[in-house]
Design a protein around this ligand. Structure first.
Ligand SMILES: [Mg+2]
Length: 228
């Protein structure tokens, strides 16, 4: 069904508009290579890093620099300390993520331009403020959004706060994204409608069964034009 004009579209950025998780995966694998070369079992390093990330993200949020700190903490747990040469290697891996060009998915720019002609759109992402802002700026997509929200965490409370602050009507407000946890379940809990657009890579911490089926499930971002 095609929605009438005048909907409010809250749009996730990482792995919805552009590639992101793939870069972290690549660095994750490189880190495991390093740990293997230092005599550790790959599976031990993997388990340790995942458990460090689970703990640290709750307290410190997301983003590349935080990922560097998680790798540092993993080495310290496994070896007692992180040699400064290894710390430099970790920082270089993460700098590669920070410097990576923004790679939007096919048709994203045209779709945003088209949707912006009929609907109000807010970009809603989570992570480190400067890192996320920098990506938005480099993408050139900001002009199609009435605002950019960078959250420490995407939870129901923060979604409700966005709705209240922007005086949105939640019955015509949709959260669109690739994460079952952050974009779908939490938005549903805040009373929003949802569009799930899965990406081939999903971070383990974002995986979660749906509390209820999303209103729409699409295979690619450009399909939004068929519904909005
Ligand atoms: Mg995402």
């Amino acid at each position: 069904m095609h929605q009438t004009a005048g909907q409010v579209l809250l749009v996730d950025a990482d792995d919805t508009l552009w590639e992101n998780e793939a870069y972290f995966r690549q660095v994750f694998e490189q880190f495991l290579d390093i740990m293997e070369a230092r005599g550790h079992l790959r599976s031990d390093a993997l388990d340790a890093l995942q458990s460090v990330e689970r703990e640290r993200c709750v307290k410190h949020g997301y983003g590349s620099r935080n990922f560097a700190r998680s790798m540092d903490e993993t080495v310290r747990q496994m070896e007692g300390e992180t040699p400064s040469k290894l710390m430099q290697e970790i920082d270089a891996l993460v700098q590669w993520i920070l410097d990576h060009p923004v790679e939007p998915f096919p048709g994203v720019a045209e779709t945003l331009e088209d949707l912006a002609s009929r609907h109000r759109m807010l970009l809603v992402t989570k992570g480190a403020h400067q890192e996320q802002n920098d990506k938005v700026e480099r993408s050139g997509f900001a002009r199609w959004f009435i605002g950019v929200e960078i959250l420490f965490e995407k939870n129901a409370e923060h979604y409700r706060e966005i709705v209240a602050r922007n005086s949105l009507d939640s019955s015509i407000t949709w959260m669109i994204g690739n994460s079952p946890k952050s974009d779908i379940n939490m938005a549903m809990a805040a009373g929003l409608r949802t569009v799930f657009i899965p990406h081939r890579t999903i971070w383990g911490l974002e995986r979660q069964p749906f509390t209820r089926e999303p209103d729409l499930v699409l295979t690619q971002f450009s399909d939004l034009r068929l519904h909005f």
